[in-house]
Design a protein around this ligand. Structure first.
Ligand code: ATP
Ligand code: MG
Length: 223
């Protein structure tokens, strides 16, 4: 569904992505792991066109087609003065099209948001804001979402809510590219994962493969 081949990217003269290749199949959950500065965010920004790509990016076989591609950036940029409901409605691409997710469904699936429907987004906790940004992206009815470090800085209890949300999303047939630094949820929900280091893919395999490769975890990930 998403095929990235020999992707390079630059910030000025710095050669940041140095030939990144990976794929995400229909309905798959794939994680892209790595330490700070590995180039994970740059990879998805390049796919979104925020950074100029050199190389091949195909979504459903087409180059530079982003319809159906959802992006949840790492900064959880919700609108603090708008209510939770208004924040969600902003995610809709069209008011006419009947997407996979309606506002009512989002509220019934995620009671945490429904209880706060009329509250300003700004009063939500960091974790609730994370759930809200993911749900706002779902309102655009993507077939694949790229989620940048959704569990960063969150308490274990709310990390569980994020995991449940991603599992629900996946059960509905939406593919997920999950960017993480920690292994916690990536190892349990991914079908496959990639590890990045210094702008390259340094490991590719299943969660079971990664569990066996102590050396990869020591060199490229948290230990
Ligand atoms: N706007 C920018 N201008 C110049 N260099 C940048 C810019 N953004 C990122 N970089 C550099 O590019 C490299 C990759 O950064 P990137 O944000 O992709 O890493 P990451 O894997 O997402 O890690 P993290 O989110 O933990 O920082 C880093 O060395 C970073 O300093
Ligand atoms: Mg990042």
């Amino acid at each position: 569904m998403l095929d990235v081949d020999d992707l390079h990217a630059y910030y000025g003269k710095s050669h940041i992505l140095q030939g990144v290749s990976f794929r995400v199949g229909e309905g798959e959950i794939v994680s892209l792991l790595g330490r700070n500065g590995a180039g994970r965010s740059t990879t998805i920004k390049t796919i979104m066109g925020e950074v100029a790509p050199v190389g091949t990016i195909r979504f459903r076989g087409e180059r530079i087609a982003r319809k159906g591609l959802g992006y949840v950036p790492e900064d959880r940029a919700i609108f603090p003065d708008l209510t939770v409901r208004e924040n969600l409605l902003l995610g809709m691409k069209s008011t006419k099209a009947k997407g996979r997710w309606s506002l009512d469904e989002i509220f019934s699936l995620f009671p945490l948001l429904s209880e706060r429907a009329n509250a300003p987004g700004g009063v939500l906790s960091g974790g609730e804001q994370q759930l809200l940004t993911i749900c706002r992206t779902l309102m655009g009815d993507p077939d694949l979402i790229m989620v940048d470090e959704p569990t960063e800085g969150l308490a274990p209890l709310i990390v569980e809510r994020v995991r449940e949300l991603l599992e629900t999303v996946s059960r509905r047939g939406v593919a997920i590219l999950l960017i993480e630094q920690k292994l916690a949820i990536a190892l349990t929900i991914s079908q496959r994962l990639y590890v990045m280091g210094q702008g390259r893919i340094v490991f590719e395999g299943t969660p079971q493969d990664l569990r066996k490769h102590d050396a990869v975890r020591k060199e490229w990930l948290e230990v």
